[in-house]
Design a binder for this molecule. Structure first.
Ligand code: NA7
Length: 532
C-alpha cells in the first residue's frame, strides 16, 4: 500500500530569494511550510547562473533583503554590484541565520499539482513522491527555464558546449581554446569580457545588438556603505514607493522639453551613475519615439567612441528597437572587449546559424571551428517555469490550456479556477521590470498576510473571480500599450521562443502603484476574490 502523502500547510516550489523569505514568514506564523527545489543547493537563479562574470546589475545594497534590520546592518557587500558567488553566500547565510534548512528539500522536482475539490487542498507530485498542501506557491523565478535553440546537428559537436544558465559547478577553463558564444543579451554581455580575457580566440554571434550602460562596479566604499546603512529604512521605503523598486531619482521633465545641451548633460550624468538609472533620465523615454531616439543615439555615440573599428562599432549599434524596450544591459568593459585582437563579432541577423557541425557551426555559408561553444540564449521567461509543472485546478482544468494564448491572472499572483495557488512575481506583476528584491518582498508579505487572514478567519480557500482577472489582464495590457515596450521582439513579449504567444508579460504600471493596488485589495476584504 502506498504511503500517505506528506502533509503541509504550504508547499513552496523554489528555494530562491522569494521561497526562502516566504518560508521564514510562514513559519513565524506557526504554519507548516515546506520548500522543494530541483537543485542540489538553495539559491534559485543564483545557484544555476554561475557563468563567468555573473553578477547582479542592481546595486547590492538595494538588491538584498530589507525585512530584518540586523541582517541588513551586519552584512557587508564587497563590491557595488555583488558577483554570483557572493550572492549565493548571502542566501546561504540567510538560510542558516533563520534556521530554514530543516524545511527545505533539495533535488526534488515537482512534476504535477492537482486541486482536490473535496479535501480543499493541492495534491502535488514530485520525483520523490506525493505531497499535499492547503496552499501551493510557485516561487520558481521569472528566468529559470533555459532556452536552448534547437540548432540542427548539436549532438554532432565534438567540442564542449554550455548554456550559461546551467554552468558546470567548478567553472570552465578556456585557456588556449577557440570559443564561440551565441547571444548578446545581458548574460552574454557579462560573459564575453571574461571569456575573451582567457580564451585564445572568442567569436561572438550576434543576432540583435543591445543597449548597454556601464556598471562602474568597484569595491564597496566603507564610507558610502556606512552612510547608506544609516538611512536604510528611508531608502527601502523609497524603493517600495517608486516605479522601479530602486532608489535613483526619477526625472520630472521630458527629454523634448529641454535643450539639446541640457539633454546631453543629463544623459552624461546618468551614464556616469551607471546601470538602470539611465532609463529614468527623462520621463518620456519609454513612451515617446522621438524622446527615446535622443537617448538611443547618445548610447550609440558612446559605442562609436569606444569601439575602434567603425564597422564593428556600427554592428554593435542597436536600431531595431527603442532603447529600454529590450532589457537594458549593464556591463563592465563590454564594448572595449571588441577592441581586443582575439575577439571577432559575427552578425547573424540576416544569416541565421544553419547548423552545428562536428567542429563548430555554419552561418552565411562559412564554417567557424571551436573547442567550446557557449549558449547565452536566454530563457523561456515568466511563464516557462510555471508551465513546466502540469498544474490542474478546479474540474481538472489545465493551466497550460488556460494560458495557451498567453497568461491570465489577477494581480500576477493568482489565477481564477486555481484556488490557493500563488505565483510569486508571476506574469502580470512588476517583477522583471523592477528591482526583483523589492517586488519579491512585496509579494511574500502580501501572500503571507493573505494566508494569515484566511487562517485567522478559519477560511480555507481563496480564488480570484473571473471578472477581477479579466479586468487585471486588460489593465496589464493597457499599461503596456501606453509605452513603446510592445514594439520590441523581446522576452518581455515572449518573442524569443518560437511559437510562444506574443503577450506583454510583466506589469509596467510601476512598483509603487502596484503595491498600493494589492494593499487596497487586501484592505477591502480581498476585493476580486472569493474567500470560502
Ligand atoms: P536574453 O536577453 O534573452 O538574450 C539571449 C540572446 O541570445 C539574445 O541576444 C538573442 O538574440 C540570442 N538568441 C536567442 N536565440 C537565438 C538563436 N536561435 N540564434 C541566435 N541568437 C539567439 O537572455 P539573457 O540570458 O542574456 O538575459 C536574460 C535575463 O537574465 C536578463 O535580462 C537578466 O534579467 C537576467 P535576440 O535578441 O533574440 O535576437
Amino acid at each position: 500500500m502506498a504511503a500517505d502523502p506528506e502533509r503541509h500547510d504550504v508547499l513552496i516550489v523554489g528555494a530562491g530569494f522569494s521561497g526562502l523569505y516566504l518560508l521564514h514568514r510562514l513559519r513565524q506564523r506557526g504554519l507548516r511550510a515546506h520548500i522543494v527545489d530541483r537543485a542540489p543547493s538553495g539559491g534559485g537563479t543564483w545557484y544555476w547562473n554561475r557563468y563567468p562574470g555573473c553578477r547582479c546589475d542592481v546595486e547590492s545594497m538595494t538588491y538584498s533583503y530589507s525585512f530584518d534590520e540586523e541582517l541588513e546592518q551586519e552584512w557587508s557587500w564587497s563590491t557595488r554590484y555583488a558577483d554570483q558567488p557572493e550572492i549565493l553566500r548571502y542566501l546561504n547565510h540567510v538560510a542558516d541565520r533563520f534556521d530554514l534548512r530543516g524545511d527545505i528539500q533539495l533535488e526534488t522536482t515537482v512534476t504535477a499539482a492537482q486541486w482536490d475539490e473535496d479535501a480543499s487542498l493541492w495534491r502535488v507530485t514530485t520525483n520523490r513522491g506525493a505531497v499535499t498542501a492547503r496552499w501551493f506557491v510557485m516561487a520558481t523565478g521569472c528566468l529559470s527555464v533555459p532556452n536552448t535553440p534547437r540548432f540542427a546537428g548539436l549532438d554532432r559537436f565534438e567540442g564542449a558546449w554550455y548554456h550559461t544558465a546551467a554552468w558546470p559547478d567548478g567553472g570552465v577553463d578556456f585557456t588556449g581554446q577557440r570559443v564561440g558564444i551565441i547571444g548578446t543579451g545581458s548574460t552574454a554581455i557579462q560573459t564575453i569580457p571574461q571569456v575573451a580575457a582567457q580564451a585564445e580566440h572568442l567569436t561572438v554571434f550576434q543576432r540583435t545588438p543591445n543597449f548597454s550602460i556601464p556598471a562602474w562596479n568597484g569595491p564597496m566604499d566603507p564610507a558610502a556603505e556606512a552612510a547608506r546603512k544609516a538611512v536604510y529604512r528611508e531608502t527601502r521605503t523609497t524603493a517600495r514607493r517608486g516605479p522601479t523598486g530602486d532608489i535613483w531619482p526619477e526625472s520630472t521633465s521630458t527629454a523634448l522639453a529641454v535643450s539639446a545641451e541640457e539633454r546631453e548633460a543629463e544623459y552624461e550624468r546618468r551614464w556616469h551613475q551607471g546601470s538602470f538609472s539611465f532609463l529614468s533620465a527623462f520621463d518620456d523615454i519609454t513612451t515617446d519615439d522621438t524622446a527615446n531616439e535622443t537617448a538611443a543615439e547618445f548610447v550609440r555615440n558612446k559605442i562609436r567612441a569606444t569601439v575602434t573599428d567603425p564597422a564593428v562599432a556600427e554592428l554593435l549599434c542597436p536600431y531595431d528597437h527603442p532603447l529600454g524596450t529590450k532589457r537594458l544591459c549593464v556591463d563592465t568593459d563590454y564594448y572595449t572587449t571588441f577592441n581586443r585582437p582575439n575577439v571577432t563579432l559575427v552578425d547573424i541577423k540576416d544569416a541565421p546559424i544553419e547548423e552545428i557541425t562536428e567542429s563548430g557551426l555554419i552561418t552565411g555559408g562559412t564554417e567557424y571551428a571551436f573547442d567550446s561553444l557557449i549558449f547565452a540564449t536566454g530563457f523561456d521567461s515568466m511563464t516557462g517555469a510555471l508551465l513546466a509543472v502540469d498544474i490542474r485546478g478546479r474540474d481538472g482544468q489545465s493551466l497550460r490550456d488556460l494560458w495557451a494564448e498567453g497568461p491570465h491572472s489577477y494581480l500576477g499572483l493568482t489565477v481564477h479556477g486555481f484556488p490557493n495557488l500563488f505565483t510569486m512575481t508571476g506574469p502580470g506583476s512588476p517583477s522583471v521590470l523592477s528591482n526583483m528584491m523589492t517586488s519579491i518582498e512585496q509579494h511574500v508579505e502580501w501572500v503571507d498576510e493573505c494566508i494569515g487572514h484566511l487562517t485567522d478567519q478559519q477560511q480555507t480557500t481563496i480564488e480570484a473571480t473571473a471578472d477581477a482577472q479579466a479586468d487585471w489582464d486588460q489593465h496589464v495590457h493597457d499599461e503596456a500599450y501606453a509605452t513603446l515596450y510592445p514594439r520590441a521582439a523581446s522576452w518581455y513579449m515572449g518573442a524569443n521562443i518560437p511559437g510562444k504567444p506574443r503577450v506583454f508579460l510583466p506589469y509596467i504600471g510601476g512598483v509603487g502603484k502596484y503595491t498600493e493596488i494589492c494593499a487596497d485589495v487586501a484592505a477591502n476584504g480581498y476585493r476580486g476574490f472569493v474567500v470560502a
